[in-house]
Design a protein around this ligand. Structure first.
Ligand code: NDP
Ligand code: OXD
Length: 306
């Protein structure tokens, strides 16, 4: 079995070293133009040339959860496209979202500002019942985030494409229930995949349906947010702030207004990083299962877009 590794923006050597340990019988090498035909590929944003030169791939293993970049490419017809399921990202996402939520709810930025002035002042306690958290996308990451948020006793709403009953979460599904979901939420967390149906879903019409003074946490993809609409809603006082981990253009250009907006917190697409050991173990497990002809989890449905 031959595996080719093509990781743009990542050094392939440590991945190859770990993959060789996990799959000692396989021939595993970094992809370069003209590389021999492989059975499987381990990829992150590969060039079209790589896929065109590897028409007999059986599995294309993305080292992340989101496959939006891959689905823009022409893929070998028979290959299964496989995403990472959790792989250590879900707990990171849960801690990141809880941190942003609690920082907003407990007004920790106001305390930090007061401390800089040497002021000993209290903020009035706020009712957590007034801060319902709406999670868009109740998949692997959304469900883990919901569980963590529930631990802090915030009301939780979940929105998905199909109905996903989760204990303690008020569930909404489909476009017909989007308005109701938004109207019931004050803190909005986006954990949707980027697909033709979800591109631009965070816009002036949807964000304006949130409860007054709403807060946005976008940890999914920059393409979900219409960036100028967010700035207009913040400046009009309709939204109270946002934590953004993902952007239309990454890295976020130095002149972008998000960097300097007083109510926007920017992080560099790091809310949940791919962990190499977990990811390699998951990919090796799935490749072995495929060799035995067994079904595997995390196969992307290209027509659905995730
Ligand atoms: P999953 O595929 O497990 O879950 C996706 C969820 O979104 C599902 O609940 C699905 O509904 C729902 N969904 C999809 N399309 C729609 C739609 N049109 N309307 C309503 N709901 C919809 O994905 P993950 O939880 O693993 O990951 C989510 C995204 O998070 C990734 O695609 C990626 O873009 C992003 N991500 C960001 C990271 C970062 O560092 N910032 C790190 C990792 C991931 P249903 O349940 O009905 O199928
Ligand atoms: C992912 C990401 O999709 O890191 O896994 O954004």
């Amino acid at each position: 079995m031959r595996i080719t590794v093509c990781l743009i923006d990542n050094r392939p050597e440590p991945w190859i070293r770990e993959l060789r340990k996990a799959l000692p019988d396989a021939q595993i090498d970094a992809w370069a133009p003209g590389a021999p035909q492989a059975d499987h590929a381990v990829v992150w944003t590969p060039p079209q040339q790589m896929l065109d030169e590897q028409p007999r791939l059986q599995g294309i293993f993305n080292i992340g959860a989101g496959v939006d970049a891959l689905l823009k490419l022409r893929l070998p017809r028979e290959a299964k496209l496989v995403r990472i399921d959790d792989g250590g990202m879900a707990v990171q996402m849960a801690e990141f979202v809880c941190h942003a939520l609690i920082r907003h709810f407990r007004e920790l930025d106001c305390y930090a500002e007061a401390a800089r002035e040497g002021e000993w002042t209290y903020r009035r306690p706020r009712e957590r019942a007034d801060f319902a958290v709406g999670i868009m996308g109740m998949g692997v990451l959304g469900q883990r985030v919901a569980k963590a948020v529930q631990q802090f006793e915030f009301p939780v709403n979940g929105w998905s494409r199909t109905s996903r009953p989760v204990a303690g979460v008020r569930g909404f599904s489909g476009n017909e229930q989007l308005g109701e979901f938004l109207a019931a939420s004050r803190v909005l967390v986006c954990l949707l995949p980027l697909t033709p149906d979800t591109r631009g879903i965070l816009n002036k019409n949807t964000l304006a349906q949130l409860q007054s003074g709403a807060y946005l946490i976008n940890v999914a993809r920059g393409g979900h947010l219409v960036e100028e609409d967010l700035i207009a809603l913040l400046d009009a006082g309709q939204l109270s702030g946002a934590t953004l981990d993902v952007f239309q253009t990454e890295p976020l250009p130095p002149e972008h207004p998000f960097w300097r907006h007083p109510r926007i917190t920017v992080t560099p697409h790091g809310s949940a990083r791919t962990l190499r050991d977990e990811t390699v173990a998951q990919i090796a497990h799935k490749i072995r299962a495929m060799q035995r002809g067994e079904p595997i989890a995390g196969v992307v449905d290209a027509a659905r877009g995730y």
